[in-house]
Write a protein of this length. Structure first.
Length: 673
């Protein structure tokens, strides 16, 4: 074996280092600044501890805080490690289980003793302080390999039954890694079973850059038959500035929560009697109707032909399409016959056939396409449907309007020839861009999700479909950094690659909404064809597309994006006429009638309440404009307009106020160019 190792660096240089050297040694050899900044190392593409010796000649890239994604994951992993140590230092009888990094922080699951009882939010401040003590101690994080049986025996001796159970299920014959917090053999050491990697020491964490956020229950290994654990969540960042920005986003998100605003604005509610489905109130359904009318105008303008297809179809249709095998667990199925009913409920005969509520509209649209003979002259055929679908989402995954079991899509399918695909996708890109910008989303990203490992169709078809989508985005001028162009390897559907639109909202969160997929599989499986110019039958390409995704979720996104202060054309109540004194009620009624006659959605408030009380109440309900009238306004034929979010009120003649509100209340696609 050579006495020196060859370490290749990203700049193309090669450093020779002695056997036993670590990435930290390379960083120190380059300079003291890098030695201090280096957090971990990427060895031949794998992230490793900076203190772990090289195995041989290698490609090395040092990770610093500038490599934010890697650095955040490392630090969040370490924060979870420190959390577990802190809890056991405070309550030694607590057992530890798992503690991963998450998208914005970390959590750890604990099994507290019966005497201690479950953890609560009141415990978090003392745990945070103990974590800061551990960070301040700058304890080294040291990796060791243990034999599997030795580690199981050690955990059992320590009373760590959950860790012993997990270690016993790991592959035999491979050493398991543990990490010590503190010097091995010292009295202050603490260890955990962990694959790593970790930072060099706890002192690499910023003690002001984390916060424990909440406690919840969690079953061991996610199985409700197992023991209930206490899960402590935290958020962790590289520095306090990032933490403060994140906490501000959380505060803003709480204010904008569509469930909270939905109650305050009387838009909708959800309840157990229809779990996962939405009860739309008149005001909420007005938002829906305005969006639906807008989308219908946009689709009509793009030459879509609207259809309506059944909710319930025979299971054989779903078997033929491939959804029964790939998507069955997410479908609601029922027998197509119920022979009799007894006191215990329906009795189903053994020979009953099965039907399913549609989880998507595409197979039904193929059946519409197949009615009659379609010529190449009829293509492209753009078919649209405001289609109600049902998906059996897990109970715990349901979340307000954002994740439901019954939803309506602004769905569409374009049947076209091979030569028409790129042009049709380009047109859709431009249509989607117009819709998002008109609805107030100036920033969005377009991403291409490519073939998954498990899929239908040939590699040649996947190659062609993926390249068609790339070319369409290029021709639309959107395959650029400005549009956040990115390829997501392996994230396509089982039947087609897809373009995804990711909107950025007012507080910087991203939402994946619209998609278009280039599919050659479903037309083949469902035997769709058209007559070509040569007189022979050919398979169409089927483009699956949606812009909102679902009305429910998109309305939830809009509510949070605008914090309930919806554009006037979408606001369920556009104005309220409120009187200062009862003597002005007759004038208030006249103003209300004139506003309604102009097509505005207006209510009146003539209650015997102080005007400041009325202003506060209608502000909570996010009414865009409050038109205040008293005797002076009645004499002058004016209104005092208080606009939501503005400090100053305006005094306008009624006709001018109506003209102003009508212009503002016009949907964006109907405004003069």
């Amino acid at each position: 074996m050579s006495e020196m190792l060859k370490i290749s660096l990203p700049d193309g240089s090669v450093r020779e280092m002695p056997q036993g050297s670590t990435p930290a040694d390379v960083a120190a050899a380059i300079g003291p600044g890098l030695a201090k900044a280096a957090l971990a190392a990427r060895i031949d593409g794998e992230v490793r501890d900076i203190m772990r010796p090289f195995d041989g000649d290698t490609q090395l890239a040092l990770i610093t805080s500038r490599d934010e994604a890697d650095a955040l994951e490392l630090m969040r992993h370490d924060f979870a490690h420190v959390l577990a140590e802190a809890v056991q230092a405070l309550w030694p009888d607590t057992q530890i289980t798992f503690g991963p990094a998450t998208d914005d922080g970390f959590y750890y699951d604990f099994a507290p003793s019966a005497e201690r009882g479950p953890f609560t939010d009141e415990d978090l401040p003392v745990i945070e302080q103990k974590m800061r003590d551990i960070i301040a101690a700058d304890k080294p994080l040291i990796r060791e390999e243990w034999a599997r049986d030795d580690l199981i025996a050690w955990f059992k001796k320590q009373g760590e039954s959950f860790k012993a159970e997990w270690a016993a299920e790991l592959p035999e014959g491979e050493p398991l890694t543990v990490y010590h917090s503190g010097n091995v053999g010292a009295g202050d050491t603490w260890l955990d079973l962990c694959r790593g990697p970790h930072l060099a020491s706890t002192g690499k964490l910023d003690p002001k850059a984390f916060k424990l956020t909440r406690v919840s229950g969690a079953y061991w290994r996610g199985d409700q038959k197992n023991a209930m654990l206490s899960r402590i969540y935290g958020t962790g960042w590289l520095n306090k500035k990032q933490l403060d920005a994140h906490m501000h986003r959380l505060e803003e998100a709480a204010k904008r929560d569509h469930r909270k605003l939905g109650r305050e604005m009387d838009l909708f509610h959800l309840q157990e009697e229809a779990h996962g489905s939405v009860f739309w109130h008149p005001k909420g359904y007005k938002i829906w109707r305005e969006l639906e009318a807008y989308m219908r105008r946009r689709m009509d303008g793009a030459d879509y032909r609207e259809v309506k297809t059944p909710q319930l179809m025979d299971a054989r249709q779903w078997e033929q399409s491939g959804h029964w095998g790939k998507y069955r667990e997410n479908m609601f199925v029922i027998p197509d016959e119920v022979p009799n009913v007894d006191d215990e409920g329906p009795v189903i005969s053994g020979d009953a056939e099965w039907m399913a509520l549609k989880p998507m509209n595409c197979p039904a649209h193929v059946l519409v396409f197949k009615q009659g003979i379609t010529s190449y002259r009829d293509l492209p055929l753009r078919m649209g449907e405001m289609g109600c679908c049902h998906r059996n989402e897990p109970h715990g995954a349901l979340h307000g309007l954002m994740r439901v079991r019954q939803f309506t899509q602004d769905d569409g399918h374009i049947f076209c020839t091979e030569n028409q695909v790129v042009e049709e996708v380009r047109k859709f890109c431009e249509l989607a861009s117009t819709v998002y910008r008109e609805l107030g989303f100036e920033s969005y990203a377009i991403k291409l999700a490519t073939r998954p490992e498990q899929r239908f169709g040939s590699d040649a078809d996947w190659d062609k479909a993926e390249e068609e989508l790339r070319n369409a985005v290029r021709e639309a001028g959107m395959a650029t950094d400005e549009f956040g162009w990115e390829e997501l390897e392996g994230e396509g559907a089982f039947y087609a690659p897809k373009l995804e639109w990711h909107l950025t909202d007012a507080i910087g969160r991203t939402w994946q909404v619209g998609t278009i997929q280039s599919d050659r599989v479903l037309p083949q499986r469902l035997d769709a064809s058209y007559v070509g110019e040569d007189g022979d039958r050919h398979r169409p390409v089927m483009l699956h597309r949606a812009i909102f995704g679902s009305y429910e979720r998109f309305i939830g996104i809009l509510i949070e994006h605008y914090a309930g202060k919806l554009p006037l054309w979408l606001a369920p109540v556009q104005a309220v006429v409120a009187t200062i004194v009862s003597d002005a009620d007759a004038y208030g009624s006249d103003v209300t009638a004139r506003l309604k006659a102009a097509g505005l959605r207006v209510e009146s408030d003539f209650r015997n309440e102080k005007i400041n009380y009325k202003v506060r109440e209608h502000s909570v309900k996010k009414v865009p404009h409050l038109l205040v009238v008293g005797m002076r306004e009645a004499e002058e034929g004016t209104v005092a307009i208080r606009t939501l979010g503005e400090q100053q009120q305006r005094f306008l003649p009624v006709d001018e106020a109506i003209a102003m509100l009508k212009a503002e209340a016009t949907a964006p696609d109907l405004r003069p160019a």
